[in-house]
Design a protein around this ligand. Structure first.
Ligand SMILES: Nc1nc2c(c(=O)[nH]1)N[C@H]1C(S)=C(S)[C@@H](COP(=O)(O)O)O[C@H]1N2
Ligand SMILES: [Mo]
Length: 400
């Protein structure tokens, strides 16, 4: 079970997961048929009910891979700008701590190290230092894993290990300033998760402790709110280290220590876990770490079948750390493209942007794909618009 061991998470992500749909119709009657080949089949060992710590979630919006891994259904996102917490995916490497730690969130303590005045502060004290809000995509670096042809190990996420969240908390920079600034030689921000390590296990092998480059400190929030509510235990309450634009794993839940460090953490999750590498190669520190997210988009509607005639095709797109400039949609597997409309307010460079394209569909079978481009002209994959699933492209697209 994933809660007691740490599966090598993603060695790659996939862009442009395509949708294929079939329309058959005659004189007003539409009989439609779905093509299931791109949709991971429900596993026999899927849960049938939500685990207690996530019992408040909307079960119909989720695929329950395991007690520690729940995925948002593709169709549950639709044109959503912000993902409701009841719909948001969950991914725990270890068992979530007891919910008693969120009973009185303001009393949660965080140790600050690597600053000139190292201290332990409570969430209540952090709330008095400063406050900021950021919209940011929370995406597991394994999102899309199920589409890889080589049978990547780990949770078989389709496109639903992602959501766009509004976080509120204190900028880490403000706390560090309050504590006398970084010590000399600091190069990383290292956040430690507050889970208890199961007895008999080597802490370094299983603990969730992640380091990110000090250069991104200015955008890090120590967040106590998710979509205007205090953060539930499933999502890292009472306090979470949010690194906007960086893959999910860097967004350390139940954060109990934040240290400005000279070196990256020596926990396995940092040293060899979450490293970009070729299929079959073991993770190692000299490979790129799963930090900055890439440009990515996918279709959320229609799903397997739809009506002939006018159809609104919806999806979401984000640039990782840069605003999306345009999204194009193709209903013929990338032969021809049309520019979609971006929906809703722009919530900033770390947020996703829903898009829509109105199109006419005659009865038939369609493979619908999307491609996004950010404001600096960076696209997905090679930007050729095909659904890229060949292993050779992985590395290149990840390193952007
Ligand atoms: N403390 C802690 N933080 C964690 C994890 C964890 O298991 N423990 N999982 C990470 C991973 S791999 C992901 S993808 C995200 C998932 O966030 P969510 O469960 O709130 O959706 O949290 C990250 N932060
Ligand atoms: Mo993840």
């Amino acid at each position: 079970m994933e809660s007691s061991s740490m599966p090598a998470e993603p060695t790659q992500t996939l862009e442009n997961p395509a949708r294929r749909l079939l329309l058959k119709g005659s004189a007003g009657a539409v009989a439609a048929l779905g093509i299931m080949s791109l949709i991971p089949v429900a596993r026999a060992d899927e849960l049938s009910t939500l685990p207690d710590y996530a019992s408040w979630k909307r079960q119909q919006d989720l695929i329950l891979h395991s007690e520690a891994t729940m995925e948002t259904r593709r169709g549950a996102i639709r044109s959503g700008i912000v993902t409701p917490s009841q719909t948001l995916f969950v991914r725990n490497n270890l068992l979530a701590p007891d919910a008693s730690i969120i009973a009185d969130p303001d009393t949660w303590q965080v140790r600050f190290e690597g600053v000139n005045d190292p201290r332990t502060l409570t969430v209540g004290e952090l709330k008095k230092i400063d406050v900021q809000t950021v919209a940011s995509v929370l995406q597991c670096s394994g999102n899309g894993r199920a589409f890889f042809p080589h049978g990547a190990s780990g949770t078989q996420w389709s496109v639903g290990a992602a959501g766009c969240i509004v976080w509120t908390g204190v900028p880490l920079k403000a706390v560090v300033d309050e504590l006398g600034g970084p010590i000399g030689g600091a190069r990383f921000v290292t956040g430690t998760g507050g889970e208890e390590i199961p007895e008999g296990l080597d802490a370094k092998q299983v603990m969730v402790e992640r380091s990110v480059p000090l250069e991104v400190m200015d955008r890090i929030l120590l967040a106590w709110e998710l979509n205007d509510d205090s953060i539930p235990i499933a999502h890292g309450g009472p306090l979470r280290m949010v690194v906007p634009g960086f893959y999910g794993v860097n967004n350390v839940k139940y954060v109990k220590q934040v240290a400005l460090t000279e070196n990256e953490s020596d926990a396995k999750i940092q040293v060899s876990g979450y490293r970009v590498r070729d299929v079959g190669v073991s993770g190692a520190p000299d490979q790129p770490s799963m930090w900055k997210m890439n440009v990515k988009s996918w279709i959320t509607l229609p799903l397997d079948t739809t009506e002939q005639g006018r159809n609104m095709i919806y999806g979401v797109a984000f640039g990782g750390t840069r605003t999306i400039d345009k999204v194009e949609v193709s209903v013929d597997d990338g032969e021809t493209w049309q520019e979609a409309e971006l929906l809703g307010p722009d919530l900033g460079p770390y947020a996703w942007r829903p898009f829509v394209l109105a199109t006419e569909l005659a009865p038939g079978e369609y493979r619908i794909v999307s491609r996004a481009t950010d404001v600096e002209g960076q696209g997905e994959g090679r930007g050729q618009g095909r659904c890229r699933r060949d292993a050779g492209l992985r590395r290149e697209s990840i390193q952007r």
